[in-house]
Write a protein that binds this ligand. Sequence first.
Ligand code: HEC
Length: 281
Amino acid sequence: MEFFIDGGDQPAFIAYPITQVFLLFILLLLISIELIISAIENVMFQTLSSEAQQRYLNAETKPMISFKWLRNLYLRLLGHDQKRPEEAIELDHNYDGIRELDNNLPPWWVYMFYATMLFGVVYLVRFHLIHDYDQTQEFEQELAQAQIDIENYKKTAKNLVDVNTVSLLTDASDLKAGKTIFENNCVACHMTDGGGGIGPNLTDTHWILGGGIKKVFETISEGGRDGKGMIAWKQSLKPLEMAQVASYVIGMQGQTPANPKAAEGDILWPEELPSLEKAKE
Ligand code: HEC
């Protein structure tokens, strides 16, 4: 029903109550088929000679595959002693016909009980006598592991960076990727060497919008002042790509471009060159 009828976000048999009638009909059909078959079987059975009937019954009751060992194992685990008659273990009280048998405890239960005792001894020695470790230590260990996991996750999920978490990338591969992004998107206004054109000089210490990896990332992501021409790149670049190109831009600090544009902006960063340590802020 669910396969063939689309009930939207509800199960089909609730969305279309008529299908319930259909299911009920199928059920009745199956029951009547069962009844008819057993009636036919009965009629045919009556027509057999009594010897054939006996043979038929024997064949009927013999299971196709016999799991005798499985059954025996099961009985042994239950502690059933089949040879002992019930009268031997019957207790001598009888309440309104309700009698009680003095069965052995089932071995599966007894063994489990022994196991808990063993566990208890090991636990007692390990945690109350030797003081292996306690809950606080266990908690701190898990916390430290979680911290490591988070770090690893961040490494594989570099695209999670945003303006608050971005840091200067120094891997050669990241800077190379940043260079490619810069050459594909930014040179029209900032020149290949960052000397500037429509956009400001990126190699000097003067910034209109602010220097440092976080500010540069923000400028690239959100764009410059309205109407100046620097668009918000977050539409077309992924966070990691913006971090790469921002790191590449930071790396241009202090270089001497062929045609440097006059310095613009009142924000000084870094205060003196080349102190790229600051870029890591
Ligand atoms: C259409 C021209 C244009 C393109 C393309 C362009 N920019 Fe800009 N960029 C500008 C202008 C204009 C400004 C100055 C914005 C302002 O004054 O608000 C600017 C400012 C900046 C600043 C801030 C400079 C400062 O002094 O604060 C950075 C960093 C920057 N761009 C990086 C990039 C990067 C990286 C790319 C490529 C992904 C890029 N720009 C592409 C025109 C452009």
